[in-house]
Design a protein around this ligand. Sequence first.
Ligand code: LMR
Length: 400
Amino acid sequence: VFAHIDRAPEDPILGVTVAYNKDPSPIKLNLGVGAYRTEEGKPLVLNVVRQAEQQLVNDRSRVKEYLPIVGLADFNKLSAKLILGADSPAVQENRVTTVQCLSGTGSLRVGGEFLARHYHQLTIYIPLPTWGNHPKVFTLAGLSVKTYRYYDPATRGLNFQGLLEDLGSAPSGAIVLLHACAHNPTGVDPTIQQWEQIRQLMRSKSLLPFFDSAYQGFASGSLDADAQPVRMFVADGGECLVAQSYAKNMGLYGERVGALSIVCKTADVASRVESQLKLVIRPMYSNPPIHGASIVATILKDRDMYNEWTIELKEMADRIISMRQKLFDALRARGTPGDWSHIIKQIGMFTFTGLNSEQVAFMTREYHIYMTSDGRISMAGLSSKTVPHLADAIHAAVTR
Ligand code: LMR
């Protein structure tokens, strides 16, 4: 009965790791998936995460009971404060409902399913380009996906005029997906002034913001600065949704820890929204896993651990920024044709190089460098030792 089934293609991002793992070359380099690596090219478990885990293991009173459908209460409260600000009136007035979800993807999916059931507008606008999983998540959630202009290949920067035009002609009430910071894949973010214009336009048309916050702390190294666009939308008293991931900023990739917050107008509405979120979650996976959320809650509620986390986070962000400079310098030193200043201007984990899919295929074939075919490279996967190899490959790709 299954003989007719076609083989599905690998995922455009996670499939890069599958191909990388099959390559026996000793010089191979995986710059596909956005996962932080140390200078030695190794995955990093933060010290503060180890510390929190130790504390959890030592606490013999801890059990492995089911969490409530909405997850760990402390985790939810602390997550809302982390993204919205400890002094956020929306949090203080209990107008925010937060549910623990399976990292960013799970938060987006639960939010999407909730909107498809209860919101009057089923169209969601996503930026062009965006993370490859966004259209799939929202389509399967039951929303109709449209795009708005975002990136301008000519300037390798923001197409702000196009963005305003497209959101300006979106139907009233449409949902708009916004990357809170460190836009994936382009590394191009609006300025704060541009965010303010976007906010005004969206509020004037009653467009509903749905933020994807996967990189808080990674764009600037500051948790508060990276949350500013979200906080601007919450400060005006209007509704919004926020999907948070702790994959990158706490290095908890495989623990799948995230949260969906829905900011409502009143506490009563928020509690009714939460009751409906439970009906979305229960038939999907019943309730979320306990370990990762306990790590996050342990860190966020202890002042010393929180401070240590911010230091380790800044170290990761700074290492990525230094890789940008090193790659830029290496291309300049080789006289590689083209203006590569976007490498140092873009922010977050990724550089959107401008290399085309043929050039990417060439670099993979000849240099064993693995990256997504849209030319995105994960700067977090690069180290001082591997920069020359990447620069050689880019040079060869653009001069052949
Ligand atoms: C990425 O874009 O590389 C990450 O968000 C990982 C993923 O799940 O795609």
